[in-house]
Structure formats: structure tokens, C-alpha cells
Design a binder for this molecule. Structure first.
Ligand SMILES: Cc1ncc(C[n+]2csc(CCOP(=O)(O)OP(=O)(O)O)c2C)c(N)n1
Ligand SMILES: [Mg+2]
Length: 318
């Protein structure tokens, strides 16, 4: 990886972190209709994975989707506007946090239904295979989604048909308030890959370089028509399940602090400095420009109009 590629990853992780901090603020100010599921703490997964893609590849996201979308290059202004339900948003304010779509960036949608993105990604892979386009699809989903039937059906089909899809589990140890150990009897979810006949690997989801390297290999494999891969990224969400969940009942402060000490951004920052890839003032400059950008996104979203009631039934597919 070149220095500029690494700094781009650093910038993207910061962009997600600051975007999410501001989403939380807007929620607390009562400016957000509905809820949002914050990605803070998991930034290295989306950023490392999306850095391994070509421009015309696809991603399919989840209810915790802001990080995936930003990592894939979605613009922060229309994203923030969408989250506030404004007309200038990606879906004209009708989708909200969990349904942002940006086809021009190959983003086939966030999804409020747990596990529902997995067959969509599989379908995108099937299309690429049939048309011979060599496009690869990344399918992001959580640990709890691995216990949905859609996971099994999709992975089985993708392996049999050698579809160009990379399945990425974001194992943040919880499905809402339920610890993974209460609903899953295996230590590593990636072992399930063996049952479908595809490679499976578990990695440190807080290490952006490791995520990038692992996904890059899987993407290369998929593009060569060798089939899908399952990658489990161990990570942690710092905030509650959604903005309204204080997460005080079902997990300990010790556990939270342990994971916060493994902050993906701080870890990468130390790596860049220790290896003399970047200087402190360079990183500071990136931070300032991101804070500035996100402030502008918030202002844009706040100042944008709501859609008119007459538009309610426009742009609907079903
Ligand atoms: C089919 C379905 N069942 C239940 C829910 C309610 N629900 C929303 S998020 C969630 C947990 C998801 O956990 P996981 O897949 O690990 O993703 P995470 O929230 O941890 O990122 C559940 C059960 C839903 N949205 N869809
Ligand atoms: Mg989870």
C-alpha cells in the first residue's frame, strides 16, 4: 500500500467516527426522526474491506450501515440529510438511516431486516457471474445475522455456483442485548464456511491493514472465478445497540474499556507514526478537515427542506 492509500484509510475511519458522533448529537437534540445504529469502534472493518474493491464493485450493508456507505465513498452531505429525513438526502428523505442506497457508488442498500442483505449480495454476485462482468460484491452483516436462514441459504448457493461474493461477518459480540455465547456454540463463526465448501477465516476486525489484506485476497479469488470466502472480523460497538440504548444492563464497563483500548483509529495512528509513514501534523490536518466537512454536512442537513406531503408516493417500488 502506498502512503496516500494508507492516509486515505485513516481519513475514512475518521470520517466515519466524526459522522457518527454528530449523528448521535443530532439524535439527542431531537432532530432525527427515528433511530440510528452507530458504527463507532468498528470502523476498520468497513474501511479495510472497501479499500480492497474496484470502482464498479458492489457492497450490501445492514441496519448499522453508515460506516459501510462512507467507506465505499458515499457523500456525507446527502447521507446526513437522509438521516434527518430531508429532501436532499440520498433517498429524498424517505429512507432514513437504515435504507440509504447509492447505486452510483455500487451501494445496493442498507437494510433494516437482519440477514436480508445476504441474499441480495448473493443475487448481485449471480448477476456478475451470468454477465461475466468480474464485479465482486461485499456482503456485510453481524454475528446475529449468522443465525438467520438467509445466511445458510446464501452461502450454500454461492459456494455451489462459485459466485464472486465476499461475506464479511462483523462479530461485535452482541445481537441487541444478547451475547453471542448465548446463541452460538462455536468460538469462531468462520468455521461454518467449511460446511458450505468455501474458505473461512477469523481476523482482528480492529486492525485495518489486516482487514484490507484478508479481503483483498478474497476479492482476487472471487474475481478469478474461484468462488466466495467467509471472513469473520472480531470487533466491538462502543455505543448501545442504537442511539437510544445506554447498554448499561447487559455488558460491563470493564468489557467496554478493554475494547476501547483497542481503538482501530488510535491503533492505526500509532502504526503510521511509529513506522514514519506520516507525521503528527499531517494527521492533525486530516482530522481538522474532517471535522470541518462533517460540520458542513450537519449544516446542509439542518438547512435542507423536508419533502412535500404530495411527494409521499413518488419513487416507491412497492
Ligand atoms: C429479521 C429480523 N429480526 C429481528 C430484528 C430486530 N433486530 C434489529 S438489529 C438486531 C440484532 C442484529 O445483531 P447483529 O446481526 O449482530 O448486528 P449488530 O446490530 O450487532 O451490528 C435485531 C434482532 C430485525 N430487524 N430483523
Ligand atoms: Mg452483533
Amino acid at each position: 500500500m502506498t502512503k496516500s492509500e494508507m492516509l486515505r484509510m485513516y481519513e475514512q475511519m475518521l470520517r466515519i467516527r466524526e459522522f457518527e458522533n454528530q449523528v448521535f448529537e443530532l439524535y439527542k437534540q431531537g432532530l432525527m426522526p427515528g433511530l440510528a445504529h452507530l458504527y463507532i469502534g468498528e470502523e476498520a472493518v468497513a474501511v479495510g474491506a472497501c479499500a480492497a474493491l474496484n470502482e464498479n464493485d458492489y457492497i450490501v450493508s445492514t441496519h448499522r450501515g453508515h460506516g459501510h456507505l462512507i467507506a465505499r465513498g458515499a457523500e456525507t452531505k446527502p447521507m446526513m440529510a437522509e438521516i434527518l429525513g430531508k429532501k436532499t438526502g440520498y433517498c429524498k428523505g424517505k429512507g432514513g438511516s437504515m435504507h440509504i442506497v447509492a447505486y452510483d457508488k455500487g451501494i445496493l442498500g442498507a437494510n433494516g431486516i437482519v440477514g436480508a442483505g445476504i441474499p441480495i449480495a448473493t443475487g448481485a454476485g449471480y448477476k456478475s457471474k451470468l454477465k461475466g462482468t468480474k464485479q465482486v460484491t461485499l456482503s456485510f452483516f453481524g454475528d446475529a445475522a449468522c443465525n438467520q436462514g438467509t445466511f445458510h441459504e446464501s452461502l450454500n448457493m454461492a459456494a455451489v455456483w462459485k459466485l464472486p461474493v465476499v461475506y464479511i461477518i462483523e462479530n461485535n459480540l452482541y445481537g441487541i442485548s444478547v451475547n453471542i455465547n448465548r446463541v452460538t456454540a462455536v468460538e469462531d463463526l468462520s468455521v461454518r464456511a467449511k460446511g458450505y465448501g468455501m474458505p473461512g477465516v477469523t481476523i482482528d476486525g480492529n486492525n485495518v491493514l489486516q482487514v484490507y489484506e484478508t479481503v483483498r485476497k478474497a476479492v482476487t479469488r472471487a474475481r478469478k472465478d474461484e468462488g466466495p470466502t467467509l471472513i469473520e472480523c472480531k470487533t466491538y460497538r462502543w455505543k448501545g445497540h442504537h442511539v437510544g440504548d445506554p447498554a448499561t444492563e447487559y455488558r460491563s464497563r470493564d468489557e467496554e474499556n478493554e475494547w476501547k483500548a483497542k481503538c482501530p483509529i488510535k491503533t492505526f495512528e500509532s502504526y503510521l507514526l511509529k513506522n514514519s509513514i506520516a507525521e503528527e501534523d499531517e494527521l492533525e490536518e486530516i482530522k481538522n478537515s474532517i471535522i470541518n466537512e462533517i460540520q458542513k454536512a450537519v449544516q446542509f442537513a439542518k438547512e435542507s427542506p423536508y419533502p412535500e406531503p404530495e411527494e409521499a408516493f413518488e419513487d416507491l417500488f412497492a
